[in-house]
Write a protein that binds this ligand. Structure first.
Ligand code: ADE
Length: 276
């Protein structure tokens, strides 16, 4: 997968994209990542990417011209007829890496976007090429969003930087790609994939400061372990994220387990359900 970002702080990606799983995914050739500097598509001496908001108000708004110019250049598209780009200086940053590549799916990070979740990560993981456009400051000129295939929000709060938001999305997408995680079912056997929260996990020691690992996990009975994990998952989700249950694909056995929890009292500990 080709992953590109367009922003005014490309160096922010160095640590995240150069460490751990993202580094491994790049080394294995699973992703080809480039962070472009939007300032390379400006034409003034100060490489200005923002300006005062029309109508007044606090903060600065990112201008749409460099964004359009950059996206056109990254896609190998000529500027539309009649548009004079008037570039004074040649590009100072890396030249577009994939001008002949597949057309990118463009993802703009904004608090007004579609709420990011596992389903959207899976959808984006199916794309051949992703281009993340990241705002900073107060936001982006509304006309730039005409370029967006997706507008994505991490949640109901405001970050100072779309770069941070894009890194979260990239991480969640890349770990779904074949070959990135070690275990074959690493990205399928976890929270949200089945529409539920994950069951608790343990490793050695079996007893830590008096707290024991649940006996079933030491039993070697794979069927019992699977059943226990499913029940923990169901009960945790019912208690902590009941909103997820309405959407989750539940079997008749799941439903009768949840009914038995509900009818036999509210105390999850009574069912051996573990909460932090
Ligand atoms: N940029 C600023 N806040 C954001 C958010 N919550 N999600 C995505 N991008 C953002």
């Amino acid at each position: 997968m080709i992953i590109e970002t367009l922003s005014t702080f490309p160096l922010m990606y160095e640590s995240v994209m150069g460490s751990s799983m993202m580094k491994r995914a790049r080394e294995r050739g699973i992703i080809d990542f480039t962070a472009y500097d939007l300032r390379d598509w400006t034409h003034d001496r100060h490489r200005t990417t923002d300006d005062d908001p029309y109508g007044g108000g606090a903060g600065l708004v990112m201008r749409c011209e460099p964004i359009y110019e950059a996206v056109d250049a990254l896609c190998g598209r000529p500027a539309p007829e009649g548009v004079v780009t008037g570039r004074e200086q040649p590009l100072t940053g890396p030249a577009p890496q994939h001008p002949q590549g597949p057309a990118p799916t463009t993802v703009f990070l904004t608090p007004c976007g579609r709420r990011f979740d596992d389903a959207l990560a899976t959808e984006l993981a199916g794309c051949e090429r992703l281009l993340f456009v990241c705002g900073h400051y107060e936001g982006i000129d509304e006309r730039a969003y005409d370029l967006a295939d997706y507008q994505v929000s991490l949640g109901d709060y405001v970050l100072t930087s779309g770069e941070l938001a894009s890194m979260v999305v990239i991480d969640a997408v890349v770990r779904k790609l074949d070959g990135v995680l070690g275990a074959p079912d690493g990205a399928t056997d976890e929270s949200f994939v089945e529409g539920l929260l994950e069951a608790p996990q343990y490793t050695r020691p079996a007893v830590f400061r008096g707290r024991e690992v649940p006996a079933v996990l030491l039993s070697g009975d794979h069927g019992a372990v699977a059943r226990w994990r499913r029940e923990q998952s169901l009960a945790r989700t019912a208690a902590l994220r009941p909103d997820l249950l309405c959407q989750a694909p539940l079997t008749p056995a799941d439903r009768s387990f949840l009914d038995s929890c509900a009818s036999s009292g509210a105390d999850p500990a009574a069912h051996g359900i573990i909460f932090r």
